[in-house]
Design a protein around this ligand. Sequence first.
Ligand SMILES: [Zn+2]
Length: 104
Amino acid sequence: MNADELPAAWAWCRDMRHAWAPYTVEPATVGGGRGYRQSVRCERCRTIRRRFLDDRGRVVGGTSYVYPDGYLSPPGEGRMTDEDRAALRLRGLDVRPRRLRSVQ
Ligand SMILES: [Zn+2]
């Protein structure tokens, strides 16, 4: 992995995890009954995370992710090493703070 080739925001997300924000909620058939497909999206890298809830709010099944093209390491590259993680931290230093949103 060459961290310098990644957008700084992606390096930040891989080091510090994503910044999830509400995205979509759709009705869905879950476990044979009514439920929801809930999607949240990372405000930095646009990764989408999806899960299914039944009508009582219980999570059914697994969580899935849709990553932007190029976000994941190419197949066969193996797990990140300590050096890779260190390089991500340095790359993430280029991410600048955003202005806070107004509080409602
Ligand atoms: Zn992210």
